[in-house]
Design a protein around this ligand. Structure first.
Ligand code: ATP
Length: 755
């Protein structure tokens, strides 16, 4: 049995009898704990484990839920705890076993690698139809493939994809505001995937819930399992498909308790919406049969942070803590650069004040990866070990690799790079820019040669980047795409590409047709190299990169490859930050390339944790989205600037929720870094008012703590005696308790050993 004394709000939720309960909670208020206790209480009251279902959104959340269930006194295997995708998949499996659907040949694909051939096939099939070629680029690359999957995830999550069967491509494209070419790809992909209701060629994680609902709609004889209790954690991540599956499960009777925080909705792109934390829940579960209950006090955030977060979110947000969370603001002059120095200084000082040897208590949460350039550089300078979470370190990002590659082309030498492993990503990024199509072993060979002799990059340029791409044969899709395409690039055709050994200096190709004109990107690269090469010894790296970005139309490149405005903006910011980094260094191109390469090696050492000083625990450098559900003693949120956070083009409400999620990860200290003392978020949080009100809340919490509950071990036959002395009965824990301010010696026989 758990020793955790539940709060009155938690107890009220556990005692409520309504068939559908929506728990509207603040961050860190014990949502998962409460749901686990609800399951434990049912088990104690005799509900068989098989009649309880817990649904979560991630493996981490499942683990957390199982831990809380164990804390509440129940072994891990007692209750079914599943993600929605896993649960839907288990339903489909059961229907196959029962013979309701034919799943004998359905392939279960788990990675983009496994899905890629099918996506590429759909792109080719849609392109072959020819109708939308003038308005859409049917490119075969991973970025495009990911965009297609992202769009599918959204359309399936919102169940909007269902309309595609009843509409023409142009009608659907108009309705969803999508390019017709993209819609034609989606249609081809779904046609290849699903032959009929319950008959699937292949399924991936994003399909299970959607396919379950489609199968249920087409097969009304299928019965779903019945549960006495369904608990749904992280309800703020719910989308229409999850909601409808839950509605079907709940229609069999029993109780549903869903818990979430409307201000943690940050995945509207995948179909989540704050309405599900209110009107949509109430509508879905019937007027007379549901209720909303609060969890309004946080166990994580101290009073100052709770009050400030409440002001940001326009809601009541209180705290149980007797220690405050200190919230401070670091003002900096500019978005990039200055803040990094201030930050590292602050970090080192704080670590010393906290008397900690490592950085495990620290997290820096980024609105988007572009800020990482200066922060990573500063962490490296200060030898602070760090781990990157939710994005790639700037050394590994395509746009930065392209910029390094361009400087190397101007220098006609890949300065600073000493191994094939270092050269390969730069060559491949340039290759993607120019749509070079080579087999993997040729990439490897080129990287090896250039690592040995960095000047050979000039042959890579003349042989691969500065020549027209060969004509591809017309695609004749037949049979299984898996056997035709294997990895990130379309299967090479030996008669068209024959890569010379770079070390021989040989630039002769056996291509069959070179009449095709240079693609705009190759042509722009050629023009840039021609224009800037003569300036390489006169201009600094920063100036060369600035001019290269303009000549290459890099923002347009970002927009073409990253079809989502949000991603394209992120790439543009990242490019801008790297160019500024080069400018600040005031180095010539060759020296700057050397510096970046050696900084990269230091970064790898610090990130691998191998050579960090005194084997210190690393700091977490995380995107806000990847920090959701986690907590750290010290949280730093840089980049509060009117240009960066909130992003001017993004949805203002979702931007505000992003900051709310980031800020509420902090336990003892939150540092907000801004270039503007009047930043709208700082004004909304009104820290001086929050600090003033926090004092009273802290005193109240300390007084309450001094008067906590003490649970007694009262034998059944002595219960009347305990009651007469003033003990009270807790119906949820089924235990007698007294206040710590009562006369303890009167209860000596029943006190726990530590009292
Ligand atoms: N009644 C309680 N008394 C003391 N601590 C509690 C109580 N309920 C929960 N906690 C603690 O509060 C912390 C947060 O709990 P939990 O993870 O359940 O919150 P949450 O609302 O799900 O958090 P998040 O905002 O990350 O979703 C945990 O350390 C948990 O043990």
């Amino acid at each position: 049995m758990s020793t955790l004394p539940l709060t009155p709000e938690q107890s009220a939720i556990l005692q409520a009898r309504d068939p559908a309960i929506l728990v509207s909670a603040v961050a860190g208020s014990g949502k998962s704990t409460t749901l686990a206790h609800a399951a434990a209480l049912r088990l104690r009251r005799g509900t068989p484990p098989g009649r309880i279902l817990a649904l979560v959104f991630s493996d981490t959340a499942r683990q957390v839920f199982l831990d809380y269930l164990a804390q509440a006194g129940h072994a891990r295997a007692d209750v079914t705890v599943r993600t929605y995708d896993e649960y839907a998949r288990s339903l489909l499996d059961a229907w196959v076993r029962l013979g309701y659907i034919d799943g004998a040949h359905t392939r279960r694909l788990t990675s983009l690698d496994a899905l890629r051939p099918w996506i590429y096939q759909a792109i080719e099939d849609a392109a072959a139809l020819g109708a939308h070629r003038d308005y859409y680029e049917f490119t075969l690359n991973d970025t495009h493939a990911e965009y297609i999957l992202d769009t599918l995830t959204w359309l399936k999550g919102t169940l909007r994809l269902r309309h595609l069967d009843d509409m023409s491509i142009s009608e659907f494209a108009r309705q969803e505001d999508l390019p017709e070419g993209l819609v034609s790809i989606l249609r081809e992909y779904e046609r290849a995937r699903s032959h009929d209701v319950g008959l699937y060629e292949f399924q991936s994680a994003q399909d299970y819930v959607y396919d379950c609902l489609t199968t249920l709609a087409g097969c009304d004889y299928i019965e779903l399992p019945r549960f006495d209790l369904i608990v749904a954690d992280e309800w703020h991540d719910i989308n229409e498909a999850h909601l409808q599956l839950l509605q079907r499960l709940h229609a069999g009777g029993g109780q549903l308790i869903a818990a979430g925080d409307a201000d943690q909705v940050i995945h509207t792109r995948h179909g989540a919406h704050p309405d599900y934390m209110g009107p949509a829940f109430l509508a879905a579960f019937g007027q007379a049969r549901r209720t909303t209950m609060p969890l309004s006090r946080s166990f994580r955030c101290g009073p100052t942070l709770a009050l400030a977060a409440g002001q940001l979110a326009h809601k009541t947000f209180e705290s149980w803590r007797t220690q405050d969370t200190e919230v401070s603001v670091l003002l900096q002059a500019r978005l990039y650069q200055d803040q990094a120095d201030g930050l590292a200084h602050y970090l080192q000082g704080l670590r010393q004040r906290r008397s900690e040897s490592g950085f495990a208590s620290f997290a820096i949460l980024l609105r988007s990866p572009d800020l990482s350039i200066d922060i990573e550089n500063e962490l490296i300078r200060q030898e602070i070990p760090y781990q990157v979470n939710g994005f790639d370190s700037y050394f590994e990002r395509d746009e930065i690799l392209i910029l390094r590659g361009i400087l190397a082309l101007l220098c006609e030498q890949l300065h600073g790079v000493t191994t094939a492993a270092e050269a390969l990503p730069i060559l491949q990024a340039l290759g993607r820019f120019c749509e070079v199509d080579m087999p993997e072993h040729d990439w490897q060979a080129s990287a090896r040669d250039i690592a040995i002799n960095p000047q050979l990059i000039r042959y890579f340029y003349s042989g691969q980047l500065n020549r027209p791409p060969p004509l591809q044969p017309a695609s004749t899709p037949t049979g299984d795409p898996v056997s035709r395409k294997t990895n990130g690039t379309a299967a090479p055709t030996a008669s068209i590409i024959s890569v010379p050994s770079l070390s021989s200096g040989d630039t002769h190709y056996t291509g069959t047709d070179h009449r095709r004109p240079l693609s705009p990107w190759r042509a722009r690269l050629a023009h840039t190299v021609e224009h800037l090469r003569p300036l390489v010894n006169q201009e600094s790296a920063g100036e060369l990169l600035r001019q290269a970005c303009t000549l290459l139309h890099l923002p347009a490149y970002a927009r073409r490859h990253y079809l989502q405005q949000e991603q394209a903006d992120g790439i543009e910011h990242s490019i801008q930050a790297f160019v500024e980094h080069a400018a600040q260094s005031q180095q010539a191109a060759a020296a700057f390339l050397e510096t970046v390469a050696s900084t990269q090696r230091q970064s790898q050492r610090l990130r691998s944790h191998a050579g960090s000083p005194r084997q210190q625990a690393p700091l977490q450098l995380c995107t806000i989205a990847a920090a959701k559900g986690k907590e750290w003693p010290v949280v730093i949120v840089p980049g509060l600037s009117r240009l960066h956070f909130p992003r001017p083009q993004a949805q203002p409400a979702e931007e505000r929720r992003l900051l709310y999620v980031a800020a509420t990860r902090a336990q003892t200290q939150l540092l907000l870094v801004s270039d503007d003392a009047q930043h709208p978020y700082l004004q909304q949080m009104d820290l001086s008012q929050a600090r003033a009100l926090a004092t009273a809340m802290l005193e109240e919490n300390r007084a309450r703590q001094a008067d906590t509950r003490i649970y007694l071990h009262v034998p059944f036959e002595q219960r009347a005696d305990a009651k007469n002395k003033g003990a009270q009965w807790d119906p949820i824990r089924r235990q007698w308790w007294i206040r710590s301010s009562m006369h303890l010696p009167s209860f000596r026989d029943w006190l726990p050993p530590d009292q």
